[in-house]
Design a protein around this ligand. Structure first.
Ligand SMILES: *[C@@H]1O[C@H](CO)[C@@H](O)[C@H](O)[C@H]1NC(C)=O
Ligand SMILES: *[C@@H]1O[C@H](CO)[C@@H](O)[C@H](O)[C@H]1NC(C)=O
Ligand SMILES: *[C@@H]1O[C@H](CO)[C@@H](O)[C@H](O)[C@H]1NC(C)=O
Ligand SMILES: *[C@@H]1O[C@H](CO)[C@@H](O)[C@H](O)[C@H]1NC(C)=O
Ligand SMILES: *[C@@H]1O[C@H](CO)[C@@H](O)[C@H](O)[C@H]1NC(C)=O
Length: 390
């Protein structure tokens, strides 16, 4: 069964590949040997049972890299996709047997689950320990749609539209039942496991939004916000009892500015009405994010830690990166560090400085390793005897 899922026809493969790589945020980055502030482990224990629901086009590739590095450096076990799969069979609703080593009993304890999936709590809970921390990240639906339109241009849902405006004015031609249509309609809600076919014209859209919010509140401990990425990392560090160095990153899967588009206020309104569910989720969880940030960290402390984080990022960029920042993919020298390209977006990558000592090079390399390559690396570490290409 899983074989059929993984398999075969070209279109399916293409779609899976496209889905793996979403454009995210721009950015700069960190330091390796600094004495950054360490959490007070007398009052808290670092959390290492974690589920991260990796949503689409929300800077989630950068969060994934943070979790990969944290887990790898501590020999934690990841709930990786079974066989050759590179994600947990999105867009199917999650099933425990999608995880390598679970059904066979080969892996006794999973620490981190973070690859793309369509969330289903009951099945995730079969794999992960009871004390697992669940979190995810959301982003403004207008920005998601602008980004998604470029990224998914080739998808059936978008391919007949000349522009995003054209698409929004002709949603009567759009079919929620069409393959991959969820990429163009309430994609956040869909990733969390809900129906995506809700607009502001539907009488019951508020009721549906309320139910979705309540379910997410019940199943997740924390929802981060992409627009406040650094603040999100500080809050995450506090609730997980991690250090500043644990949450430092270079932004991965980011688009070059050339492929960004301005959205008019009128278009923005249409996007919010079309994605009524996602808009409600965003308003709610943006508000709760700030309530949590205020109660757990506090405004002053947040400001001070965000600037520490940014200093660390700059230091690390100076240590690791040639030119100190991201470059277009054509300029990425090491082919194994080239990010996957999709649609009309141009996904940027990084070059390392040439003269790094071995240990620094290894740490720097992990920071800029794209998702696909890093996932393969973890698979080979965790299942060294299992051939990857059979
Ligand atoms: C992880 O495993 C490696 C190899 O078995 C070992 O050398 C290293 O000390 C371990 N690291 C931690 C943090 O346990
Ligand atoms: C939305 O899709 C679900 C199936 O995923 C279906 O049961 C429901 O009737 C649809 N609702 C609307 C308003 O189309
Ligand atoms: C891209 O845009 C961002 C935000 O507007 C800006 O900070 C950055 O300098 C720009 N980068 C380039 C290469 O123009
Ligand atoms: C998100 O929360 C911040 C802080 O309260 C607020 O300034 C911002 O307007 C909110 N965003 C939206 C779209 O409501
Ligand atoms: C650094 O790595 C290179 C190639 O992997 C190896 O030849 C060299 O001996 C290493 N240097 C040190 C100091 O470990």
């Amino acid at each position: 069964y899983v074989r059929t899922l993984e398999g075969c026809n070209l279109l399916w493969r293409l779609l899976l590949l496209l889905l793996l790589c979403f454009t995210e945020r721009r950015g700069v980055p960190p330091d390796l040997n600094s004495v950054a502030e360490v959490p007070n482990t007398a009052t808290c224990h670092p959390q290492s049972h974690i589920v991260f629901l990796k949503t689409h086009k929300t800077a989630s590739s950068t969060v994934l890299n943070i979790l990969y590095r944290y887990g790898e450096s501590r020999n934690l076990t990841f709930a990786l996709p079974v066989g050759q799969a590179m994600h947990l069979f999105y867009p199917k609703l999650f099933e425990s047997r999608f995880v390598e080593g679970f059904s066979s009993g080969r892996v006794k304890e999973f620490h981190i689950m973070c690859n793309h999936m369509r969330f289903r709590k009951a099945e995730v809970a079969k794999v992960m320990p009871e004390d697992t921390f669940y979190f995810s990240i959301i982003r403004h639906p207008v920005t998601i749609m602008e980004s998604g339109f470029n990224y998914f241009k080739a998808m059936p849902a978008f391919s007949n539209s000349r522009s995003l405006e054209d698409f929004l004015d002709n949603t009567n031609h759009y079919k929620d039942s069409a393959p991959w249509s969820f990429l163009a309609h309430n994609n956040l809600a869909f990733d969390f496991g809900f129906d995506h076919n809700v607009t502001a014209d539907a009488e019951d859209h508020e009721e549906k939004a309320k139910r979705a919010v309540a379910a997410i509140e019940r199943d997740f401990h924390l929802i981060l916000v992409s627009e406040y990425f650094d603040e999100s990392m500080i809050l995450l560090k506090h609730v997980l009892c991690w250090s500043l160095e644990d949450v430092v990153s270079f932004k991965l899967n980011i688009r070059s500015n050339r492929t960004r588009h301005q959205i008019s206020p009128n278009t923005a309104e249409k996007i919010k009405r079309w994605n009524a569910l996602d808009w409600s989720l965003y308003l709610h969880f943006n508000a709760t994010f700030w309530q949590k940030a205020d109660s757990v960290v506090g405004r002053e402390q947040m400001k001070s830690e965000v600037s520490q984080l940014r200093e660390l990022q700059v230091k690390l960029a100076n240590t690791c990166l040639k030119g100190g920042g991201a470059v277009d993919p054509s300029q990425v020298k090491d082919a194994s560090l080239k990010p996957f390209q999709a649609g009309t977006a141009v996904i940027q990558g990084y070059n390392l400085k040439p003269d790094l000592d071995n240990q620094t090079r290894k740490q720097c390399q992990r920071l800029i390793t794209p998702e696909l390559q890093y996932t393969l690396h973890l698979k080979s570490l965790q299942f060294p005897t299992k051939p990857l290409n059979n």
